[in-house]
Each structure stands twice: as C-alpha cells, then as structure tokens.
Write a protein that binds this ligand. Structure first.
Ligand code: PLP
Length: 371
C-alpha cells in the first residue's frame, strides 16, 4: 500500500531546526525581541545572495509591488515581461496602473527572449522583468545590455530560482533588484513570505520606507508616515522558519538538483523529451522539473494530467501565457509560450522524495510515450 500513496507536487522539508527556531520565536520573540529572527533571516539570506541589502516581506508579490512602486512606475508606463509567467509577476504592474507588455519566450530555457524584449521597447518602457522560470536562468547579459542601451532597469523575479547562478553570481542579485518567494511550494519556505534584494542604497531606502507604511527609518517622530506605503511585512515567527531554511539552503538546493538529475537519467533517453536545461555559465536551482514533449510525440498536458491523476500523482500544467488570460483579453497568438505550454508538464519534486517515487512518476511518461 505504501508505495502507492499519493505523490504531491511539492512539500517543504521541515526539520528540528525550523521547529526549534519557530518555537523560540513563539515563546520569546515579542517586545524587544520582536524583530530578532527577521534581522537574522534578512542577514543570512542577503549573504547567500551576495547583495548589499535585503528586506523580508510577506510575499514575493509584495516585494515586487514595492520595488516597482519605488521605481516610480505608474500610469502611462510600460513594463516588459515574459508571456510565460505566474500572475504574481504582472499583478503589481497592473495595480500601479502601468501597462504590461508580454513578449515571447525562448524555446530552450522557456525564459524571456531578449530579441523580443528589444523589439518591444518604446519611449514608455520603464522596466524589464526577467523571470527565472522554474529555476532556469534568463540570458542576463543580453537583457542587461539592452537595458543599458535604453536606460531601462532590468529586474529579476527569482521566486523560483533559489540556488540558480549566472556566471558565478546568484540570480536575483544581478539586476537592479531581485525578488524571491517563500511560499510553501518554493525551495525555501516560510509558509508565505518573500524577500527584496538590491545593491542600490537609494532604492533600498525607498523600499524600506514603503515597507514600513511610509515611515522613514531615521524619522524620530512617532507615527509619522511621510508617504503612503505598504504593509508587506513578514512576521518574526515566519522569519524564524526562513532563517533555519536559509542555513540549510545548500542542502535544499542540492536535493532539488539530485531529483532533477534522477528524472533526466531516465526521461532524456526517450525520444521527443526535453527538460530544464543548464546552459554554459549557469547552474540551475532545479525548483520544478519540467518535461516538454516535441510536436512529433503529439503528447499534450491535456492527455497527461488525467494519466497522472489515475496513478495518484500531482503533476501540474505549465503556466498558461498571461496574454491568454481573460483580463488581458488579447487574441490567441501563435507563440513559443503557447506552444510549449500545450506540450509541457511539471513533475513532483520535494526534499524527501524517494527513488521509488521518482520511478513511479517517470513510468507515467514512459507509458504515455509508448501510446
Ligand atoms: C511563486 C511566484 C511568485 C509569487 O510569490 P508569492 O510569495 O506567492 O507572492 C512570483 N513569481 C513567480 C515566478 C512565482 O513562481
């Protein structure tokens, strides 16, 4: 019975360390200690990324919202991002009144296509968002070069990319600012949570003020907000869990990479299968093992999802192109984003996954390809 139990898509790894820090925060993290774990978490994570500054938030969406607001993005501005994205990446753009401009992805990394970015730039473009999809790494040099030429900042959505590096630099720390998610499904989790990181001291100050309801850090006058800010703070208890997870980040990422490698050992031998690539100069954090089937296989997510469900395995569809969602109301385009989404599937990956469970998942794909 045991080896047929349901296989979830994701599940955090919570050890005695997380439990002991969270317990300590619940018992003692009040009054003068109410920020103690937040400070430890921010410092440990900041060091891991290698940026000058880090601000823990209640979500990645909140971190992105504040970062874009601090750049002054507002109505009449355009923000370029990949059509393949989670809704969280574009929602803050819309909330600020700006116009999202969706561009197509590359067929190998499924990340934003720099040539399409360049073609989409107008006088209204105020930012380019590079989302490191499923832990795959964007072509940052090309994006930074385009940004530099046009005087437009490149921002990294590294929500899915803890553990990914680009020519030795940890992603999220490469662009003007980076944001991370610690949602329960992500590589590091706090249940819900996020982080804003940057090397820019002024941007840091602005986001810090925004994150504290518009109260500047050096303001001595109490209850004295100077601008309308946000309430996207993380709690000390969540930060306690995040601090423990950050101390274990290499262990967590290595296991993700092992699981992806185990899938690749079997699946890449099959015809018409490609998976998360690791291009020269990059290392991927392997958050979400993803299979894309070639057009010749005629395999689609529509066929595969029920096949996984029948075997009690929680596989997921690839992100729908944002441009296809009802609120953006754009007519269906023929694009790499749409084509890949129809032929792809996300596979389960979690720290304590067994070799047997990986085999069970791989079997479904082998069977489907046999027809
Ligand atoms: C998870 C995720 C987010 C949002 O993270 P939250 O912490 O849920 O706000 C943003 N972008 C991407 C690419 C994500 O995968």
């Amino acid at each position: 019975m045991k080896n047929t139990a349901k296989i979830p898509l994701a599940k955090p790894s919570i050890t005695e360390l997380e439990v002991s820090f969270a317990t300590d925060a619940a018992r003692n993290g009040w009054g003068e200690h109410c920020y103690a774990y937040i400070q430890k978490f921010e410092e440990a994570f900041r060091q891991h990324i290698g940026t000058q500054h880090a601000i823990a938030t209640s979500s990645c969406t909140g971190a992105m919202h504040m970062g874009l607001a601090a750049l002054g993005i507002s109505a009449n501005d355009e923000v370029i991002l990949a059509d393949t994205n989670w809704i969280a990446t574009v929602a803050p753009v819309v909330h600020l009144g700006a116009t999202p401009v969706f561009v197509d992805i590359l067929p190998d990394t499924w990340c934003i296509d720099p040539a399409r970015v360049e073609a989409a730039i107008t006088t209204r473009t105020k930012a380019i968002i590079a989302t490191h999809l499923y832990g795959n790494v964007c072509n940052m040099n090309a994006l930074l070069e385009i940004g530099h030429q046009h005087g437009i900042p490149v921002i990294e959505d590294a929500a899915e990319a803890v553990g990914s590096t680009y020519f030795g630099r940890v992603v999220g720390g490469v662009g003007l600012f980076g944001v991370y998610s610690f949602h329960g499904s992500k590589t590091i989790t706090t249940g819900e949570g996020g982080m804003f990181v940057t090397n820019d001291p002024e941007l840091y100050e602005r986001v810090l003020t925004l994150s504290n309801h518009g109260r500047a850090a050096q303001q001595v006058k109490q209850f004295w907000p100077e601008v309308i800010g946000f309430k996207y703070k993380i709690s000390n208890i969540q930060a306690a869990i995040g601090y423990a997870q950050t101390l274990r980040v290499h262990e967590l990422v290595n296991r993700r990479r092992e699981i992806l490698a185990a899938y690749q050992d079997t699946l890449l031998q099959l015809r018409g299968v490609s998976m998360n690539p690791e291009l020269a100069g990059t290392r991927i954090g392997a958050w979400m093992p993803t299979v894309v089937f070639s057009e010749e296989t005629a395999l689609t997510a529509e066929v595969l999802i029920p096949a996984f469900q029948r075997r009690d395995i929680d596989a997921r569809v690839f992100f729908h192109p944002l441009s296809s969602l009802p609120m953006f109301g754009q007519e269906k385009r023929k694009s790499v984003a749409a084509s890949v989404a129809s032929r792809a599937i996300n596979l389960p990956s979690f720290h304590d996954m067994t070799a047997q469970q990986i085999d069970r998942v791989a079997e479904v794909i082998k069977d489907a390809l046999r027809g």
